[in-house]
Write a protein that binds this ligand. Structure first.
Ligand code: F6P
Length: 411
C-alpha cells in the first residue's frame, strides 16, 4: 500500500544487469523490502520466474546459448511479457518496478529503454558484478541448487549445468558503458560502487542504501524493555522505571547475551533514551548507544493514559485509531508511519553494522523494525505480536531470514 503522506510523485524503474549468480535477485529483494517498508509500492518482475511459469522449469544450459535461435526467440518473448507487465503495473500507479533479468546485451537494454520511454518512464540500471569467484561459487551453491530449474537433479550435475549456462551469457555479455546512464555498478556486494549520471531522490536514496549493504552473517536481536511501572498498570508512554519483574528480565538479557555471544564479535547495543530501555541493558558488559530515534511512539495528549481512559476521554480518537492504526496520528503525537520514517537512520545503521546488534526498545518501535526485517507490508506492522520479556533473534540464513524467539521469564 502506498502511503498517502509520501511525496511519491516520483516513479522509478530499476533495471538489473548482470551474469547469472551475481546477486541480482538478492539486490532486488533488498530494495523491495526497504522501499515497501517506507511506503512505496514496490514490486519485482523476475524474468526467470516468468520463464518457469510459462515454459516450465526444465531448461538446461543449451537453451541459454546465444547460438540457440529458438531459445533466443522464446527468451525474448518472455522478457517482453515481463516488461509489459511491469509497464502496465507502473501505469496503474506502482511507484518502483524492478526488472530482474540478466539484460547483459546492449541491444536488450536499448530495447528496454525504448519501451520504457514510450510509457514516459526512465530506467536506473543496476549492474551486479562479482570480481570475487568465491562469491559466485557461494551464490550457486546457496541459491541456484534450490531453484526449481534443478528439482530432482544432483548437486554436481546442477552446478556443472549452471556454470555452462553462465559461460553462454559470458560470451554475449556487454557490461554497461558509455551512453547508458543512469547506472550504478555494484561490485562484490558493495565492496566497490561506480555510478554514472545518477540524479533524483529515489535513485540517491537507493544508492545510499546499497552502499550500506554487506553479506556478513550476524544476528540481530530485538527486544522490548523489561516490564515498566506503567506496563504493570496498563498506562502507555511515560518514562517510568522497571518493576521487579522488569529488573529480572534485564538480568536475564545479560545472561542470555553472554551465552549467545560466546566466540562471536562484540555486539553493538542500541537503546532508546527512556529509562526502561537503558535499565534493561544496564547489566550487559557493554556500553549501549542511546538513540532518541528509538523512543516509543509519542502518544501525544494520550501519553500516560490507559486505553480505557483514552476511549472515555477521546472516543473519536480511539475509534479513528482502531479504524486505521498505521496512519492514525495521536493529537500532538505520532503515527506508526511517523515512527517508521524516523527509524530509517537506525535501520541503515543496523544494516551497515557488521557485528551482531541488540536493539532494546519499545513495542511500536520493535514492531516497525521487525516488519522491515521480515519484509512485511507497513499496514501489518501496528498489529504484530511482540510480547514483553522475549528476545527475537533474526539471522540471515541461506533460504531467507531465520527467526527464533526466546521468552526469558515465566509469563
Ligand atoms: O503499552 C506499552 C506501549 O509501549 C505504549 O507505551 C505504546 O503507546 C504502546 O505500547 C504501543 O502499542 P499500540 O500501538 O498497540 O498501542
Amino acid at each position: 500500500m502506498t502511503d498517502p503522506s509520501r511525496p511519491d510523485c516520483e516513479q522509478l524503474v530499476v533495471v538489473l544487469v548482470g551474469l547469472p549468480a551475481r546477486g541480482k535477485s538478492y539486490v532486488a529483494r533488498k530494495i523491495v523490502r526497504y522501499l515497501s517498508w517506507l511506503g512505496w509500492t514496490t514490486r519485482t518482475f523476475n524474468v526467470g520466474a516468468y520463464r518457469r511459469a510459462r515454459l516450465g522449469a526444465h531448461h538446461r544450459e543449451a537453451f541459454f546459448s546465444p547460438d540457440n535461435t529458438e531459445g533466443l526467440r522464446q527468451r525474448q518473448a518472455i522478457a517482453d511479457a515481463a516488461l509489459n507487465d511491469l509497464i502496465a503495473w507502473m501505469q496503474a500507479g506502482g511507484a518502483v518496478g524492478i526488472y530482474d533479468a540478466t539484460n547483459t546485451t546492449k541491444m536488450r537494454r536499448d530495447r528496454i529503454r525504448a519501451e520504457l520511454a514510450k510509457a514516459g518512464l526512465q530506467p536506473l540500471f543496476i549492474e551486479t558484478i562479482c570480481e570475487d569467484p568465491t562469491l559466485v561459487a557461494t551464490n550457486i551453491r546457496q541459491n541456484k541448487l534450490n531453484s526449481p530449474d534443478y528439482a530432482g537433479v544432483s548437486d554436481d550435475e546442477a552446478v556443472a549445468d549452471f556454470r555452462k549456462r553462465i559461460a553462454h551469457y559470458e560470451r554475449a555479455y556487454e557490461p554497461l558503458g558509455a551512453g547508458e546512464s543512469s547506472y550504478v555498478k555494484f561490485i562484490d556486494v558493495g565492496r566497490r560502487i561506480e555510478i554514472d549520471g545518477l540524479r533524483g531522490y529515489l535513485p540517491g536514496k537507493l544508492l545510499f542504501f546499497l552502499m550500506n549493504t554487506h553479506l556478513e552473517r550476524r544476528p540481530v536481536w530485538l527486544t522490548r524493555h523489561g516490564e515498566s511501572a506503567y506496563n504493570q498498570i496498563g498506562r502507555i508512554g511515560g518514562d517510568t522505571t522497571l518493576t521487579a519483574q522488569g529488573e529480572a528480565y534485564a538480568k536475564a538479557v545479560a545472561t542470555f547475551m553472554q551465552c549467545r555471544l560466546a566466540g562471536t564479535k562484540q555486539p553493538a547495543v542500541f537503546t532508546s533514551t527512556l529509562r526502561r530501555t537503558r535499565q534493561t541493558a544496564a547489566h550487559l558488559p557493554l556500553i549501549p548507544v542511546a538513540w532518541r530515534l528509538l523512543d516509543e511512539i509519542d502518544a501525544g495528549v494520550c501519553d500516560g493514559l490507559t486505553y480505557a481512559e483514552i476511549g472515555e476521554r477521546y472516543p473519536d480518537e480511539f475509534a479513528a485509531r482502531q479504524a486505521d492504526k498505521l496512519h492514525y496520528r495521536y493529537p500532538c503525537g505520532e503515527s506508526y508511519v511517523d515512527v517508521i520514517q524516523r527509524l530509517e537512520p537506525v535501520l541503515l545503521e543496523i544494516e551497515r553494522e557488521r557485528s551482531p546488534v541488540l536493539v532494546v526498545a519499545h513495542q511500536a518501535v520493535i514492531r516497525a523494525l521487525y516488519g522491515y526485517f521480515k519484509g512485511l507490508q507497513p499496514d501489518e506492522v501496528p498489529h504484530l505480536e511482540v510480547p514483553l520479556h522475549t528476545i527475537i533473534e533474526l539471522r540471515a540464513g541461506p533460504y531467507g531470514l531465520d527467526e527464533e524467539r526466546f521468552p526469558l521469564l515465566e509469563q
